[in-house]
Write a protein that binds this ligand. Structure first.
Ligand code: PQQ
Length: 565
């Protein structure tokens, strides 16, 4: 059976399958299934588990997609597996041949595939897109997205928006230029491309393959100095969400390059922002910059999740979007025009800004806590500051979930800080382009991770569950009154969505850094999660990496269902 546009549009409402990243392109990660609920979850038992095998382990961040009784899951090192969703039997696998010299900054991970027609499509660490026949595993098309030798790679899951394949790029640590591409999913041919660094030209491609200019992004590099916009970063490395109601694609953008903010005076648009792009025209409709003139590596790639709420003052329903930003603040914007509606901290310690001014929409910086300019001192190293959150963020790639029944967002957050300083740096193709040094530090002896339920309207944290290791796996929430999430310690947990009370947990044998999903298979509710410790924490985590170096790698999918008595 083919995956249709209607299947994708209705994904959130049709629990018999999961055809898009986010359980619906709006990214709520909410399921209407309720057979597994606060009463029955204690009877959840493993149905099957499948190993990715081989010698290749490292971080497994993939969200499985499931359709017509088959599961498609990507694995580390650009691999993809097709599995019988009922039994766990492997149907086929694809191993992408990776060249030497790929440059993923933050582990050899992949976050998942997209389904369209009879194809399963994913991005690779050498910056290609590969579409495979979902029944046979044969390659149907392959497209080079960009030059891996310049630092480009792909780790994000593609999504389908109105019949177009939407993809981002990674490489912000190498001075690439972020962008969102729209392609024909059946052929891989480009339809439009939209750069996320101000000053760069966008293009549309017509049916005959002619490339035409489609206007520059923003103004002519007014928010950058000199030529820095040409290597400005703002990588779209965590992909995008799509809201059919507004026909907008919401792309989160990464840090401006280089990290040393003294080299690039100005806001540095559209780095560390949410950029809303018209799905048909590839034009930017609005943008909101979460961290203007970022100096702490606060990538704003965190997913922008569409949700509606009733304004307590006017009683009117507001079309909004929520985003738990790497910089420690939770932002609520009007998703039709980007206007900031609310912003509040979802972590306890934030040093870089005192607050977000709701009138101007801008942060109130604490200037003392911006790492110093090397040229003000010995020219080699600027003043070191202690900063929180750390550059790995109040939240990183791990996805939030929104439950319309509780009205709460579930945010896998982390409490940590860093020593950070600036150094001089010049751009060189394919070389790290940071101009900064850093050491991440825990803030507390007993925990770093903390799962928080936040009310986007009141800005209150309704409950929280602490976790010793940093939380790096996404959330899932259901009409069964549950929220699911995994921990690096290896537990998949189900908690009461209203109170956070832990109702069930299972030890999977290796760390979880991926989001769980749920679907109905032959009348039974199934829960699946990919397992395998890795991602950025063990590579970049400084003192935190040392704290968690006892955790073992792995690489499996686990599936659970209710025990029948
Ligand atoms: N990826 C992870 C991960 O999967 O654990 C963590 C990070 C990335 C980061 O903390 C990053 O800053 C980051 N930055 C880029 C970039 O700027 O292009 C890409 C990626 C990536 O593709 O995974 C990460």
């Amino acid at each position: 059976k083919d995956v249709t546009d209607a299947d994708i549009l209705n994904d959130a409402k049709t629990p018999g399958d999961v055809v898009s990243f986010g359980l619906g392109t709006q990214g709520q990660r909410f399921s209407q299934l309720a057979a597994v609920n606060t009463g029955t979850v204690k009877n959840l038992v493993p149905a099957w588990s499948m190993s990715f095998g081989g010698e290749k382990q490292r971080g497994q961040e993939s969200q499985p997609v499931i359709h017509d009784g088959k599961m498609f899951v990507t694995a580390s090192y650009s691999r993809l597996f097709a599995i019988d969703a009922k039994t766990g039997k492997k149907l086929w696998k694809y191993e992408h041949r990776l060249p030497d010299g790929i440059m993923p900054c933050c582990d050899v991970i992949n976050r998942g595939a997209a389904l369209y027609g009879n194809l399963v499509i994913f991005g690779t660490l050498d910056a290609q897109l590969v579409a495979l026949n979902k029944d046979t595993g044969k390659v149907v098309w392959k497209e080079k997205v960009d030059d891996y030798a310049a630092g480009y790679s792909i780790t994000a899951a593609p999504i389908i928006a109105k019949g177009k394949l939407i993809t981002g790029v990674s490489g912000g640590e190498f001075g690439i230029v972020g962008r969102i591409d729209a392609r024909d999913p059946l052929t891989g041919k480009l339809v439009w491309t939209r750069p996320t660094v101000e000053g760069h030209m966008g293009y549309v491609v017509d049916k005959d393959g002619n490339k035409k200019e489609n206007g520059i992004s923003g103004t002519a590099n007014a928010t950058w100095s000199g030529d820095l916009w040409k290597t400005g970063g703002a990588a779209t490395w965590n992909g995008a969400t799509y809201d059919p109601e507004t026909n907008l694609i919401f792309a989160g953008t990464g840090n401006p390059a280089p990290w040393n903010s003294h080299l690039r005076p100005g806001d540095n648009l559209f780095s560390s922002s949410t950029v809303a792009i018209d799905a048909d025209t590839g034009k930017i409709v609005w943008h909101y910059q979460n961290t203007p003139h970022d100096g702490w590596d606060f990538d704003g790639v965190n997913e922008f999740v569409s949700f509606d709420f009733k304004d307590p003052k006017t009683g009117k329903v507001v079309k909004a979007g929520g985003k738990a930003d790497r910089n420690g603040f939770f932002f609520v914007n009007d998703r039709t025009n980007g206007k900031l509606l609310n912003a509040f901290p979802f972590v306890n310690k934030i040093t870089w800004a005192k607050s977000i001014d709701l009138k101007t929409g801008r942060p109130v910086y604490d200037d003392e806590n911006r790492p110093g300019d090397p040229t003000a001192g010995d020219g080699k190293k600027g003043k070191t500051v202690f900063s929180a959150p750390s550059f790995l963020g109040g939240k990183n790639q791990q996805q939030i979930a929104y439950n319309p029944q509780t009205g709460l967002f579930y945010v896998p957050a982390n409490e940590w800080g860093m020593d950070i300083w600036n150094e001089p740096v010049a751009y060189k193709k394919g070389a790290a382009y940071l101009g900064a040094g850093f050491t991440i530090k825990p803030l507390h002896e007993d925990y770093i991770g903390v799962m928080r339920a936040v009310d986007p309207v009141s800005g209150k944290v309704v409950w929280e569950n602490k976790n010793y290791a940093p939380l790096w796996g996404g959330a899932l929430t259901t009409a069964g009154g549950l929220t699911f999430y995994g921990t690096p310690e290896g537990y998949l947990k189900a908690v009461d969505a209203k109170t956070g009370k832990e109702l069930w947990s299972f030890q999977t044998g290796t760390g979880i850094v991926a989001p769980p999903v749920t679907w109905e298979q032959d009348g039974e509710q199934m829960i699946a999660v990919t397992t395998g410790w890795g991602g950025a924490v063990p590579l970049w985590g400084g003192d935190v990496a040392k704290r968690v170096n006892y955790l073992e790698q792995g690489g499996s999918v686990w599936v659970f269902k209710l025990h029948k008595s």
